[in-house]
Design a protein around this ligand. Structure first.
Ligand code: ATP
Length: 253
C-alpha cells in the first residue's frame, strides 16, 4: 500500500430514509492505483463511489455522517467547496453521455468553462486527451462531426477524454464498461491500467474477471459493510473472510 492515501474514508455512515445503506465504512484508497469495489447487487457499491464526490447530496432523505478526506481535506466539512472537490474527480458512468455537440467541442467543453479560450491551446488539449484515450487516429479527420455518431465504445472513450481535459486527479468508474462490446471493454480496461500512472482510479464492477485484470486493490462490500480490502490477488485468490470466499466462488450473488 502506498504511504499517502488519496481518499481516506473514516466512519462513513449513509442512511436514506430509514435504510442504513453504508455502515461504518473505513478505508484508505491508494494514490495512483486501480481499486475496484465489488459485491452483490444492492450492497452499496455505487453509494460508496458516489460518496467520494458528494454526488449523494441531492438524494432525497439522505443523511451522511463521518469523514471523506480527499488529499487530506474533509469533503463533508460544511466549509468545503463542492465545485473544487468535483473538479478533482472525473466520473465515467454506465452509459456514455456525450454532449450534443461535435467531438472537438465535447473535449473542449470543460477547459472553455475553466477559461481557456485560445484556439491553439484548445487544439493541443483536445489532441492530447483524444490521444490519451486512444481515439485520436479514429476521429482526427472528423473532429467537427457530432459526437453522437460515434460507436458506443468510442463515445465512452470520448466521455473519458472530456473528463480528463479538466485535469482531474481521480477517475471514478461506475460499471463503465457494462454497455460496451468485448473489444471496447478491453480498450477501456487497458486505458484504466495505463492511466493509473497519472490518476487514482476507483471502479465499481460486477465482473470479477475485470476486477482481477485491472485492479491493484479490491474492496469487497456486503450488506453496506466492507468485509475485506487488500491487494487483488489476496482478496480474490486467498480471501481471509468466509463471505468473500463465498462471493468469489459464486455462492452468493
Ligand atoms: N436514491 C435512493 N433511494 C432509496 N434507496 C436507495 C437509493 N439509492 C440507493 N438505494 C438503496 O441503497 C442500497 C445500495 O444501493 P447501491 O446502488 O449503492 O448498490 P450497488 O451495490 O451499487 O447495486 P447494483 O450492483 O445493483 O448497482 C440498495 O438497497 C438501494 O435500493
Amino acid at each position: 500500500m502506498t504511504k499517502t492515501p488519496h481518499i481516506s474514508v473514516q466512519h462513513l455512515n449513509v442512511h436514506i430514509g430509514n435504510q442504513h445503506i453504508l455502515n461504518d465504512i473505513n478505508i484508505n484508497i491508494p494514490d495512483k492505483k486501480v481499486t475496484s469495489i465489488i459485491g452483490p447487487s444492492g450492497c452499496g457499491k455505487t453509494t460508496l463511489l458516489r460518496s467520494f464526490n458528494r454526488l449523494l447530496d441531492n438524494t432525497p432523505g439522505v443523511s451522511i455522517t463521518g469523514k471523506v478526506l480527499v488529499d487530506g481535506e474533509d469533503i463533508y466539512d460544511p466549509k468545503a467547496e463542492v465545485t473544487h472537490i468535483r473538479k478533482k474527480m472525473g466520473l465515467l458512468s454506465q452509459r456514455p453521455y456525450p454532449l450534443p455537440m461535435s467531438i472537438y467541442d465535447n473535449v473542449a467543453y470543460g477547459p472553455r468553462i475553466h477559461g481557456i479560450r485560445k484556439k491553439q491551446e484548445l487544439d493541443q488539449l483536445v489532441e492530447e486527451q483524444l490521444k490519451a484515450t486512444g481515439l485520436w487516429n479514429e476521429v482526427k479527420d472528423r473532429l467537427n462531426a457530432s459526437a453522437t455518431r460515434l460507436s458506443i465504445g468510442q463515445q465512452q472513450r470520448l466521455c473519458l477524454a472530456r473528463g480528463l481535459a479538466v485535469s482531474p486527479e481521480i477517475i471514478l468508474g461506475d460499471e463503465s464498461t457494462s454497455a460496451l462490446d468485448p473489444v471496447s471493454t478491453s480498450i477501456i480496461e487497458d486505458l484504466f491500467i495505463s492511466l493509473k500512472e497519472k490518476y487514482s482510479i476507483v471502479l465499481v464492477t460486477h465482473i470479477l474477471r475485470q476486477a482481477r485484470r485491472v485492479s491493484d486493490y479490491i474492496v469487497f462490500v456486503y450488506g453496506g459493510k466492507i468485509i475485506e480490502f487488500g491487494p487483488t490477488e489476496d482478496v480474490l485468490l486467498n480471501p481471509k473472510e468466509e463471505l468473500t470466499r463465498e462471493y468469489v466462488k459464486g455462492y452468493i450473488s
